[in-house]
Design a protein around this ligand. Structure first.
Ligand code: 5AD
Ligand code: SF4
Length: 488
C-alpha cells in the first residue's frame, strides 16, 4: 500500500507512471494540488459526499471512492446539497433503483444553479446501461462526470480531469479483465470490513441485469486477498465479509485454480480475524467441500444467505437458476445436518413472467419447509435487455401485489418464531454501535446475524462479548452482558 507520505513525495514533475496503481496515486497527487488551490481561494477544504445506492458490493466500492477522495484532501460531507463534489454510486437491479437516482438529480438541479462550482458525478451499475447515459446527456446536462463499474479503479484520474474541466466527462467501458490492487479505501466501521473476492457474474439468471452491468466473473488472486485481510486484522478488524456476486464459483478462472472452500481455510488461519461472513451464494455452486469447511470452522459465522428466488421448479427453469425445488431443499437438509444451528436467509422474487397461482404456492411451500430466519422479498421488475423482459405472460400488478403481501405475512410470521428460539441462551455478540434510540444501550450482532441491544459502554464497540438473550422482540433481542470474552 502506498501511504500518505509517499503521496506527498509523488513527483508531479516526473513522467506519468506506467504501472496502474502508481498511475492512480499520481492522479491523487494532481487532485491534491487542486485541493490546495481551492483552500487558498476559499479558506477551507473542499467537501465531498459519496452516496451509496446499491448492494454490499456497491457499498464496498463507495468506501474505495471515499478513500481516494480522502487521499486527495477532500473533507467528508454527509449532506449532498452542501458538498463541493458529490458522487452517486448507483444500482440498477430493479427499476425503482433507477428512479431514485433521477429523484436525487432533480433535487440537486436547483442547488447547482445556486452553487455552480459544485461537481456532480455518477458511477456504478446504472451507468453501464447505454439508455441511461443517453438520457443523462439529453436531460441532465449539469452532471459533470459519468463512469461505470469496470473502470472504477481510474476514479482518481477521472476526478482530476473533472476538477479541471466544465465539460461533461463520460467514460463507460463495456467490460474489463483487469483487477487493480492496493488502491486506498476508507472503512465505515473500524472493526469490520467487506473484502471483494471476485467481481462479475457468469450465471445469466433470465431476470437479472447484473451480468450485463458487472461483466464476466473475475477472481482476485488468493495472495492479494490474504494480504488485504492480514492488513485489516493488523488494523483492528475482527470481522470480514467476503463479497462476490457468486462466491461459490470463486477461483475457477484463476491461472492456478483455488476453490472458495480452500480460500476460506486460508483466511481462517489469520490471527485477529474472529468472524468470517460471505455473500452471495448460488445454490447450484454450493459444494459439499464448502459445507464441510463450514462444519469444522471456528470462525465462519452460522449464517448463510441462499437465494431461492422461487419455489417452483418450472419457474426456476425459466429463471435459468439450474436447480429444482427438490435439489434446493436437499441442499438445505445437508447444511442443517452439518451445521445444525445455521441461520438461513434468502431472496425471493414474486410475479416472474408466467408465474401461476400453483407456482406461487410452491414458493410458499419452500418458505414453510425451510423456515428462513429472514427473507428479502422483491416484486419482479422488468429489466430491458434481459431474456425475461421479452417473455410473454407478464403478471398483472394487482395479482403480484396480492401474492407479495401473502408471502410477506408468511415470511414474517415464520421468522418471528425462528428468531425467538435462542431466548434465554448466552451467546457471543460483536458490539457494533451505540443504540440509535437509547444511548445507554449498545447494538451488536450474533454470529447468525441477528441484532441484540444490551446495556454497555461505547469503549466496548468492536469487541465480542457474551450476552444473555433475555427477550426476543420479533427480529431482534434485548439482552444483558454476562462477561467479557477473550476467545470465540
Ligand atoms: N426483479 C426483481 N428482483 C430482482 N433481483 C434481481 N433482479 C431482479 C429483478 N429483475 C433480486 C434477486 C437477487 C436480489 C439481489 O435482487 O432476488 O437475489
Ligand atoms: Fe449491486 Fe446488482 Fe445493484 Fe449493482 S445492480 S448495485 S451489483 S444489486
Amino acid at each position: 500500500m502506498y501511504k500518505e507520505m509517499e503521496l506527498d513525495h509523488t513527483g508531479l514533475e516526473l513522467d506519468l507512471p506506467v504501472e496502474e496503481t502508481k498511475r492512480q496515486y499520481f492522479y491523487m497527487a494532481v487532485c491534491r494540488k487542486w485541493v490546495e488551490n481551492f483552500e487558498k481561494l476559499n479558506h477551507r477544504l473542499p467537501k465531498a459526499c459519496v452516496v451509496n445506492m446499491g448492494c454490499q458490493m456497491n457499498a464496498r466500492d463507495s468506501e474505495k471512492l471515499a478513500g481516494i477522495l480522502a487521499q486527495a484532501g477532500f473533507e467528508e460531507e454527509e449532506k449532498e446539497e452542501q458538498a463541493d463534489f458529490v458522487i452517486f454510486n448507483t444500482c440498477t437491479v430493479r427499476e425503482n433503483a433507477n428512479m431514485r437516482v433521477y429523484g436525487h438529480l432533480g433535487q440537486l438541479s436547483p442547488v447547482k444553479k445556486k452553487r455552480p462550482h459544485m461537481k456532480i458525478a455518477l458511477c456504478g451499475c446504472m451507468m453501464q446501461e447505454p439508455e441511461v447515459v443517453e438520457k443523462l446527456k439529453k436531460s441532465y446536462r449539469f452532471v459533470n462526470l459519468i463512469f461505470g463499474t469496470h473502470n472504477i479503479y481510474k476514479f482518481a484520474e477521472l476526478l482530476a480531469a473533472c476538477l479541471e474541466s466544465d465539460r461533461m466527462i463520460i467514460d463507460v467501458w463495456k467490460d474489463t479483465d483487469k483487477i487493480v490492487e492496493d488502491l486506498p479505501s476508507e472503512r465505515k466501521f473500524p472493526f469490520k470490513s467487506g473484502v471483494n473476492v471476485m467481481f462479475g457474474c457468469n450465471n445469466f439468471c433470465s431476470y437479472c441485469i447484473v451480468p450485463y452491468v458487472r461483466g464476466r466473473e473475475r477472481s482476485r488472486e488468493p495472495e492479494a486477498i490474504l494480504r488485504e485481510i492480514r492488513r485489516l486484522a493488523a488494523d483492528g478488524v475482527v470481522e470480514i465479509m467476503l463479497l462476490g456476486q457468486n462466491v461459490n464459483s470463486y477461483g475457477k478462472t484463476l491461472d492456478k485454480p483455488c476453490t472458495f472452500a480452500e480460500l476460506l481455510q486460508m483466511i481462517e488461519e489469520i490471527d485477529g480475524i474472529r468472524r468470517i461472513r460471505f455473500m452471495t451464494s448460488h445454490p447450484k455452486d454450493l459444494s459439499d467441500e464448502l459445507i464441510e469447511v463450514m462444519r469444522n470452522s471456528r470462525k465462519i459465522c452460522r449464517h448463510l444467505h441462499l437465494p431461492v428466488q422461487s419455489g417452483s421448479t418450472e419457474i426456476l427453469k425459466k429463471m435459468n437458476r439450474r436447480y429444482t425445488k427438490e435439489q434446493y431443499l436437499e441442499l438445505v437438509r445437508k447444511l442443517r445436518e452439518a451445521v445444525p444451528d445455521i441461520s438461513l436467509t434468502t431472496d425471493i422474487i414474486v410475479g416472474f413472467p408466467g408465474e401461476t397461482e400453483a407456482d406461487f404456492e410452491e414458493t410458499l411451500d419452500v418458505v414453510r419447509k425451510v423456515r428462513y430466519d429472514s427473507a428479502f422479498t422483491f416484486i419482479y421488475s422488468k429489466r430491458t435487455g434481459t431474456p425475461a423482459a421479452a417473455m410473454e405472460a407478464q403478471i398483472p400488478r394487482g395479482v403480484v401485489k396480492q401474492r407479495f403481501d401473502r408471502l410477506l405475512t408468511e415470511v414474517q410470521t415464520i421468522s418471528a418464531q425462528v428468531c425467538a428460539v435462542h431466548t434465554g441462551k448466552v451467546m457471543p455478540v460483536l458490539a457494533e454501535s451505540v443504540n440509535d434510540h437509547d444511548p445507554s444501550l449498545l447494538t451488536g450482532r450474533l454470529s447468525n446475524n441477528l441484532l441484540v441491544h444490551f446495556p454497555g459502554k461505547e469503549e466496548m464497540i468492536g469487541t465480542i462479548v457474551d450476552v444473555k438473550l433475555e427477550e426476543c422482540r420479533g427480529f431482534y433481542y434485548l439482552g444483558k452482558q454476562e462477561s467479557v470474552r477473550t476467545k470465540l
